[in-house]
Design a protein around this ligand. Structure first.
Ligand code: G6P
Length: 761
């Protein structure tokens, strides 16, 4: 209220002051104009009187002159007229001036002295008066023989002035009234109302009595945009904190020890204490992409961000990654850093820039045409080129340099390197910073020693990796493969009982950490309450309708277009299924989300084309009316978009030919809060080790996969729910927070060999 009173008082004072100054100026100008007008009039009268008075005065015709001035007084709107001799003695005056002219006004003697007409304004017996004096001349040498004076009353000018002031005051009052009324209305509608709604919303949010609707601010309302953003952040933070507190309480109550983001945060702080934490990955957690004249921060669809972000937020760490967005350079400071998440900065993202040539050699070439097929063994020949290897070395060195610069001034830093893009990084960092605890997590499979031997730079890669104190894989089998590869390729001692490699007095522990998704007590984080099956049915129908399809059952597959994912094998299985079970034609549709990936590589382009062609062929073979067997969505989809497909699909197909873990399988399980939906899962995925209740298939066995689809669609609900419930428990217990917590715990337990660090044996 006080704000309103201050606003209105300010307005009144401001408007009044301005109007007053303006009125003063106007009154002055008006007064000046009237005075000038009066003078012009009196001057004209004076000149004509001068001409008629001079001969009469010379002829001593005083009586006629008296008559003339009397007449002039009555004809004109004048106060009086007087004739003086050269000494200023009054000779003749109009009756109005009788007894008032004992002494001539100063202006008369001045007019005589200067021999010219002059005006004077003065207060004449209580009234404002203009006196106009003009000299009267004799013959030739006689010069000035007297003067005439015309007295003009100026009272009407004063009256006019008062009238202007009166009008101004009235206007000011009216304006103030109107402006105050309009201001009050505007303030009420645009400030008080939204404020009151915001307050009401925040109160409801605080008390948690109902789930309030957030206040709406117009998009273009700059005044409230910062407030709206803050309210939205506050809501998110409060809801997250409440959900996490509720979850913690629920878990304590149930005696469960499930990992949550909050528990991970506490653990990271306890374990790392004052050690600065650094993460390196090729993909950055936030990419800035241009949108017209502005840009937008995009979170790439990567489980890595979900996994690592809580760790970095907990200890205000630094994430070093390749700046690949087209607006990335515009959003960093002079040290190539920026604070993220953009909405609520909690850690630092340090971007490393790569030239097109570096990216081509290191990322597309060595990492994705060499190591990726080498480790997956999915019948795509790895390509190793010397120039790609040179780029890979250069880029690893470039990242190492960036890491070392970021580590400057830190004591006992901890480094988490991610993936096959940085096999050389652990050694490069450890050589310069032996006090750092270094871990690398290999997100893809590790093949058997015979397969890995294909790589011409096998020993260099292994040596780089063994610079780390800890190497993580998804499953034990990959750890075993790795140790066997080391055993065959390098001179070192392998401690099989503790799964560690001892090389040049440095110990590297090798352990499995099965990566996962953010599934805690009630499913995927942020997931909505389990929907009733009827509403899921409607949601499914509406999803299919968006693609012009009607079907009673829906399957889902979500992949980057990659030859390791077995998408073509899956299509073959679908074709076989519709051939074998025609009763499902018109009733079951499979939606394949196929996000284009690494499209600069020929093999990936060809695969995109082939998947498109095969889907069209199968659709052409079976489609009828408003139904088709495959809906192929060839673009990147957000987590939210995919979540609705997961929630209402009858089955999910994951048919990778080989996969380190496969998070789609776990995301599908995490999304099924209704305990429905069947997962058909390739046995060649890391996930198959944990999700034993999926229908496990061999993706090369088309017949088996077709049978699995039929079995999934016909599975009775009790079995379906029991399987899903068990899988959900597995994912819940081994969620992403546990993965991160185990990794951090293992890393912080590592004993840094001070003798190596200091050079003392
Ligand atoms: C694999 C890798 C990840 C990578 C993902 C996407 O899962 O292990 O590290 O983020 O593929 O690949 P991209 O090349 O697009 O980063």
């Amino acid at each position: 209220m006080r704000l309103g009173v201050r606003l209105i008082t300010g307005l009144i004072v401001g408007i009044s002051l301005l109007t007053f100054l303006f009125a003063r100026y106007e009154v002055r100008a008006e007064k000046e104009a009237l005075r000038h007008d009066l003078f012009t009039r009196v001057d004209a009268i004076g000149q004509s009187l001068q001409q008629s008075a001079e001969p009469l005065l010379l002829a001593h015709l005083g009586r006629r002159l008296q008559i003339a001035i009397n007449e002039l007084k009555t004809r004109q709107d004048l106060y009086g007229v007087a004739i003086f001799n050269a000494d200023g003695k009054p000779l003749l005056v109009t009756p109005s001036l009788d007894g008032q002219l004992d002494v001539a006004p100063v202006v008369v003697s001045e007019a005589v002295g200067q021999n010219k007409s002059l005006p004077q304004t003065l207060n004449w017996h209580g009234s404002p008066m203009m006196i106009y004096a003009a000299p009267l001349h004799g013959h030739g040498e006689e010069g000035v023989i007297g003067a005439l004076a015309i007295f003009a009353d100026m009272q009407y000018i004063e009256a006019q002035k008062s009238e202007i002031w009166r009008q101004v005051v009235t206007h000011v009052l009216l304006q103030v009234l109107v402006i105050v009324a309009i201001t009050l209305l505007i303030v009420r509608w645009t400030i008080i109302r939204p404020m009151a709604r915001t307050a009401q919303y925040l109160r409801a949010l605080r008390t948690g009595k109902s789930s309030p609707r957030p206040p709406e601010f117009r998009d273009n309302d700059n005044l409230f945009r910062p407030l709206a953003q803050e309210v939205s952040h506050l809501t998110k933070s409060l809801n997250a904190a409440r959900a996490s507190a509720a979850e913690e309480a629920r878990l304590r109550e149930a005696g469960e020890s499930i990992w949550t983001a909050e528990r991970l945060r506490v653990q990271v702080q306890n374990r790392l204490k004052d050690s600065a934490l650094f993460v390196v990955s090729n993909r950055e957690p936030y990419t800035h992409v241009r949108r017209g004249k502005s840009w937008e921060a995009v979170v790439p669809a990567s489980g890595l961000v979900t996994a690592l972000e809580p760790i970095l937020c907990a200890c205000n760490g630094t994430w070093i990654a390749h700046g690949s967005g087209d607006a990335d350079r515009e959003t960093v400071d002079e040290h190539d850093r920026l604070a993220v998440p953009p909405d609520e900065p909690q850690y630092t993202l340090r971007r490393v820039w790569l030239s097109k040539q570096e990216e081509a050699g290191y990322y597309f070439g060595f990492a994705n045409e060499g190591l990726w097929p080498l480790c997956h063994i999915a019948h795509t020949r790895p390509t190793f080129r010397a120039e790609d290897w040179a780029c890979y070395q250069e880029v690893n060195a470039k990242f190492a340099e960036a890491v070392l610069r970021e580590m400057e001034g830190t004591v006992d830093p901890a480094l988490l390197v991610q993936d096959y893009h940085f096999a050389l990084l652990p050694r490069l960092v450890k050589e310069k910073r032996p006090d750092a605890r270094v871990a690398i997590f290999w997100h893809i499979p590790w093949p058997n020693p015979e397969a890995f031997r294909i790589c011409p730079w096998e020993r260099e890669l292994l040596d780089g990796l063994l610079g780390a104190d800890l190497i993580g894989f998804h499953i034990q089998a990959h750890c075993n493969n790795f140790l066997e590869t080391i055993d065959k390729a390098l001179e070192c001692r392998i401690e099989w009982d503790s799964f560690a490699v001892n090389r040049h007095h440095h110990l590297t522990v090798v352990k499995p950490f099965p990566i996962s998704v953010a599934c805690n007590g009630n499913g995927a984080e942020g997931a909505v309450e389990a929907k009733a099956s009827a509403s899921l049915y409607l949601e499914r129908a509406s999803l299919l309708k968006q693609h012009g399809v009607e079907a009673a059952f829906m399957g889902i597959g979500v992949e980057r277009v990659d030859y390791t994912k077995g998408i073509l094998e899956r299509f073959l299985a679908l074709e076989r299924f519709f051939d074998k079970y025609p009763e499902y034609r018109g009733r079951f549709t499979f939606v394949q989300v196929a996000a284009p990936s690494r499209t600069r590589i020929r093999r990936y382009q060809d695969l995109c084309d082939e998947i498109h062609r095969r889907a069209e062929e199968i659709n052409w073979k079976f489609e009828s009316g408003k139904w088709k067997p495959i809906v192929l969505l060839e673009r990147h989809h957000s987590h939210e978009e995919i979540a609705s497909y997961y929630r209402c699909a009858d089955l999910c197909l994951v048919t990778s030919l080989h996969d380190g873990m496969n998070l789609v399988a776990k995301e599908f399980v995490a999304a099924r809060e209704d305990d429905r939906g069947v997962l058909i899962l390739s046995g060649f995925t890391g996930a198959a080790r944990e999700l034993r209740d999926a229908l496990l298939v061999n993706p090369y066995d088309i017949e088996q996969m077709a049978e699995a689809i039929r079995y999934a669609l016909e599975m009775d609900s009790a079995e379906r729910e029991a399987r899903m419930a068990r899988m959900r428990r597995a994912v819940r217990e081994n969620n992403i927070y546990r993965w991160a917590a185990d990794l951090i715990a293992e890393l912080s337990d590592i004993r840094i060999e001070k003798s190596v660090a200091t050079g003392i044996e």
